[in-house]
Design a binder for this molecule. Structure first.
Ligand code: FNR
Length: 189
């Protein structure tokens, strides 16, 4: 029996009724039984400040690092704000990036997002992939899941668009494959 797979997830939108949060739920629902996901809430973290860091990382940042280090993979979901990822998610990444061990390093990572526009966060996702280079993350390349015109794909808090559901399921499968490959390379079952 192989070890159960654990994932750590972040959502870059804080609003109630967030399409990105609904998309994260739809992604989690489509994972196989036995995979557990800890969603790390980042809305009340302080803005990154090296002077705060010098006095000690905030408790929530330390707890998030621990959750990530115990996880086999990471899930990043963000809206697109002005062609970039949300400030909320960038702030969380900036905090975590200063920690030792740096918890994004070598972690298989799935990313996706939903927006009102037709490009479905494409520009923000490429910005996030660039950030993951510095973090030495292992972003899953495909499928890219860019959920455009989100207002037409969700209703009553749930994903209603089957094609998007299939893409999310495929991305979940690709992430789990990357986790298994990374475990095999490390000699872990
Ligand atoms: C947006 N929106 C947006 N959409 C897009 O496709 N590209 C963009 O660059 C932006 N920029 C942007 C900036 C700001 C400050 C806001 C508040 C919104 C629209 C955005 O896609 C839409 O509000 C989504 O519904 C946000 O995601 P959640 O909150 O539904 O998860």
């Amino acid at each position: 029996m192989s070890e159960p797979i654990k994932l750590a997830a972040f959502c870059g939108s804080l609003r109630q009724g967030s399409f990105n949060r609904m998309a994260l739920h739809a992604f989690i629902e489509r994972l196989p039984a036995g995979v557990t996901v800890s969603t790390i809430e980042i809305g009340d973290w302080p803005l990154y400040d090296a002077d705060i860091q010098a006095k000690g990382f905030p408790d929530k940042v330390q707890a998030a690092q621990k959750t990530m280090l115990e996880a086999d993979g990471v899930v990043l979901v963000s809206p697109e704000y002005n062609y970039g990822i949300s400030g909320v998610l960038k702030n969380a990444i900036d905090w975590l990036s200063r920690m030792t061990p740096q918890p994004f390093a070598a972690k298989p990572t799935a990313l996706f997002g939903a927006s009102g526009g037709v490009l479905g966060t494409a520009r923000a996702q490429y910005q996030l992939r660039q950030t993951l280079v510095f973090l030495d993350g292992r972003p899953v390349n495909k499928p890219e899941v860019m959920i455009g015109q989100a207002q037409n794909r969700f209703a009553d808090g749930k994903l209603t668009d089957e094609a998007t559901g299939k893409l999310l399921a495929d991305l979940g499968a690709a992430l789990l494959l990357a986790v298994r490959q990374s475990r095999a390379a490390a000699g872990v079952k």
